[in-house]
Design a protein around this ligand. Structure first.
Ligand SMILES: NC(=O)c1ccc[n+]([C@@H]2O[C@H](COP(=O)([O-])OP(=O)(O)OC[C@H]3O[C@@H](n4cnc5c(N)ncnc54)[C@H](OP(=O)(O)O)[C@@H]3O)[C@@H](O)[C@H]2O)c1
Length: 327
């Protein structure tokens, strides 16, 4: 694996190109602004009546309706929610110039067939490994966010150069760009969301909190122990790695971690993780996502509502002094 940095990347493939960013949300806003500040000609493509037009224009960006933006661009970056990519692509495909480049920041919609790009297009991935807010703030500090790059389709022979120049222009080349594929990026990202950082870790925190409370510990103490310390360990791991984090904590905490960690995350957990990866690869989650969008996000709305009613959330709000004790 070779990590590419600014010095390894030729910016010229983007120099005379016009870029259309479709969507002005988490990633769209950050990438459009970083491109503009890197001297790239950029237009933000939005649906009719979009509330984001005023905000984008206020930030000094040109905006246009989706089809107009696409028709005017050499490179089109799809930065709307993944589950609507299929409909969005169908809408704008007739406006895409012959031989244009089509970019994504997540491999899902191509990997799982939501989009089958026209054969004349260059198709690439630049996936910053973090949220748009951090991509923008790092860029403004003169730093960058590590990212993955991939080429799915090289119709013109220029796809690699365009992808890397794009990654450089949004600031990822300052931290490093790692070569991947649409399939690898999509599968690893979906696996992590379900099994590790976004799915597994919060459920572990909740289970720990509930176990302590059931054992007679006050919710406040249980919260501070099981949830409140997460930021500390995350910062230590980021700065020193997992082994370095262990060395930085007390011997008591370190021995507890050594004895307890593998009792909780045992072979059965690994087997279920392997099940998650297999199901992701079979496209089951992609189908669930499609279904969720078609059912107006019914399951997500219910889960959001239920999560707010729990004792853990009430404790969080009490500790943040946003809620008065009820008992
Ligand atoms: N969020 C992240 O941290 C992150 C990190 C890495 C990669 N990614 C990837 O980046 C891509 C964008 O994700 P995101 O989180 O930035 O998305 P997002 O914030 O949810 O995108 C919102 C934008 O999409 C537009 N949009 C929504 N529905 C639309 C429709 N039906 N037609 C046209 N435009 C529509 C919205 O338009 P209005 O302004 O009109 O509402 C808004 O401008 C995804 O592929 C995602 O996987 C995201």
């Amino acid at each position: 694996m070779k990590m590419l940095r600014d010095i390894d990347i030729d910016p010229s493939p983007l120099a005379d190109k016009r870029v259309a960013i479709l969507g002005y949300g988490n990633q769209g806003r950050a990438q459009a602004l970083n491109l503009k500040d890197s001297g790239i000609d950029v237009v933000v493509g939005l649906r009719g009546g979009s509330g984001s037009a005023i905000e984008a224009q206020g930030a000094g960006l040109e905006t246009a309706l989706l089809e107009e933006a696409v028709a005017s661009a050499d490179l089109v970056m799809v930065l709307a929610p993944d589950e609507i990519h299929e409909a969005l692509y169908r809408e704008v495909e007739p406006s895409l110039r012959e031989g244009a480049a089509l970019g994504f920041s997540h491999g899902l919609s191509v990997r799982f067939g939501f989009i089958k790009p026209r054969p004349d297009l260059d198709v690439f991935l630049i996936a910053p490994k973090g949220p748009g807010t951090a991509l923008r703030s790092l860029y403004l500090e003169g730093k960058g966010m590590i990212g993955l790059w991939a080429v799915e389709q090289d119709a013109t022979g220029s796809a690699r150069g365009i992808a890397l120049a794009y990654g450089r222009a949004i600031g990822c080349g300052r931290a490093g760009l790692i070569q991947s594929t649409f399939a690898e990026e999509a599968e690893a990202d979906l696996f992590n969301e379900q099994a590790v950082v976004w799915g597994g870790v919060p459920e572990l925190l909740i289970a720990g909190f509930e176990t302590l409370v059931a054992g007679g510990v006050s919710p406040e103490v249980a919260y501070l122990e099981c949830v409140g310390e997460l930021k500390l360990i995350a910062e230590l791991i980021e700065a020193r790695g997992i082994a370095g984090m262990r060395e930085a904590i007390s011997n008591t905490a370190e021995l507890g971690a050594v004895l307890g960690g593998t009792r909780i995350v045992d072979e059965r957990v690994r087997e279920r993780m392997a099940d998650v990866l297999r199901e992701v690869r079979e496209g089951r989650f992609a189908e669930d996502l499609r279904h969720e969008e078609r059912s107006q996000y019914d399951r997500l709305e219910r889960a959001r509502f239920e999560a707010r009613q729990t004792l853990l959330e009430k404790t969080f709000r009490r500790l943040r002094a946003e809620d008065q004790p009820t008992d």
